[in-house]
Design a protein around this ligand. Structure first.
Ligand code: ATP
Ligand code: MG
Length: 388
């Protein structure tokens, strides 16, 4: 049996609500671990995962995708006797040395005051035991390569520095939002960022078949699957927007087409969100990144929407967004070269600072109600592969 100890993150700050957050975290963890047969134990605000030796790789993959924990570590568990604790300290020190480590610090916490050594005593005796048994290891109290922690609670737990968690809040603790997911770099990152604030994610993708390809659609499905690994899955709806785009092309001056298309996407997304019970829209917009994302054009885009629109990337630069896309694993897929649905129009001189009143007038002239309703009627709920 292998045991992991999970270190709580922001969760621990939530006072009265803490139990609610913990229960959501537990439910998420159980559903992600389903295929591994691992058990989850929650005692005194601590989470433990117990699993068989053969599935540690899958379990660690789950912990790497879990939102709401500050870190996790493989843990040795033993009886609360001084002898057993010192033996585990030595084992932990030796394992660390064998992996090439050289300096450590021992940390001790004792919630069971019945244990014969106090935390100072555990630190000094444990430290000595390690130094004696593993020549070559040294103590470094300021910048140790490994922090070995001993906790005396219901049992004794001994663990190393372990891995950093993804922090944030457990998904499902902050309602659910509808992500406008394109095949680009930005929107998958935006979805991840809102998931890391505890939000469940639905997604909508607008395509313009036959001007956009089947590969472009599959790429978005794949992106939803990757982000879904963090967000307890994603329900992705695909909506055909060719007719809407054609109408815009017919009735609007070329310079306005992109802004009007964004307005139509937002309106359609809002209707879908309302039907789904999603409480906000989420986009990957970042201020002034492209012509459609100036403050004026963003104002136009959101001007007919009453749901809140969350734009978590608004103040980020492209480099930061790319780094994040790499860390969550969407970048490689996002840069595959399939066209997005805006290929139908890419005006050489798009309007840069659209006036919001003019935008409203032009939008009404499009008379999109029926087209949007038809697009929604014919939308498809994609089959995304199960996250774990
Ligand atoms: P991304 O990298 O997310 O595609 P972008 O930098 O290409 O963003 P735009 O093309 O201006 O920016 O799109 C802005 C936002 O509008 C996107 O982040 C996304 O949320 C939404 N969006 C754009 N195209 C689509 C689409 N075809 N389907 C769904 N949402 C879209
Ligand atoms: Mg794009």
């Amino acid at each position: 049996m292998v045991t992991y100890l999970l270190k709580p993150g922001e969760l621990s700050l939530k006072g009265e609500n803490r139990k609610v957050f913990e229960n959501i975290l537990k439910r998420n963890l159980l559903s992600m671990l389903q295929l591994t047969g691992a058990q989850v134990e929650m005692t005194n605000g601590r989470f433990f995962v117990h699993c068989q030796e053969g599935v540690t790789e899958q379990v660690e993959d789950v912990l790497d995708h879990l939102l709401g924990i500050a870190g996790w570590a493989k843990t040795r568990t033993c009886e609360k006797t001084v002898e057993a604790v010192l033996r585990c300290c030595v084992e932990a020190g030796r394992a660390f040395f064998e992996q090439g480590g050289r300096t450590f610090k021992l940390e001790a916490r004792r919630t069971d005051k019945g244990f014969p050594l106090d935390s100072y005593g555990i630190r000094s005796e444990g430290g000595h035991a390690i130094l004696e048994a593993v020549p070559g290891l040294q103590v470094d109290v300021h910048t140790p390569q490994e922090l070995i922690t001993v906790e005396i609670r219901e049992k004794a737990y001994i663990y190393g520095t372990g891995r950093k968690g993804r922090r944030g809040l457990p998904v499902g603790s902050a309602g659910r939002g509808l992500l406008l997911l394109s095949g680009g770099i930005d929107s998958p990152v935006a979805g991840y960022m809102m998931a890391s604030r505890g939000m469940g994610i639905d997604a909508v993708y607008f395509h313009a078949y036959p001007y956009t390809s089947e590969e472009a659609r599959q790429k978005v499905v794949r992106l939803a699957e990757i982000v879904g690994r963090y967000s307890q899955g994603i329900r992705l709806t695909t909506i055909g927007f060719t007719q809407v785009q054609m109408r815009i092309k017919e009735r609007a001056p070329e310079a306005w087409t992109t802004v009007l298309l964004r307005m139509a996407m937002m309106e359609c997304a809002q209707t879908l969100a309302t039907r789904r019970g999603d409480k906000c829209l989420i986009t990957g917009e970042s201020l002034s990144q492209v012509a459609s994302q100036t403050i004026e054009n963003i104002t136009c885009t959101g001007s007919r929407i009453s749901l809140p629109i969350f734009r978590p990337l608004i103040g980020m630069d492209k480099e930061g967004i790319i780094r994040m896309a790499e860390s969550i694993g969407t970048y490689e897929t996002s840069i595959l070269p399939y066209e997005d649905c805006c290929v139908l129009f890419s005006p050489p001189h798009p309007i840069l600072r659209g006036d919001v009143n003019e935008a409203g007038r032009r939008y009404e002239q499009l008379e999109l109600e029926e087209l949007l309703e038809a697009a929604l009627r014919e939308s498809t709920l994609e089959k995304c592969q199960k996250a774990f």
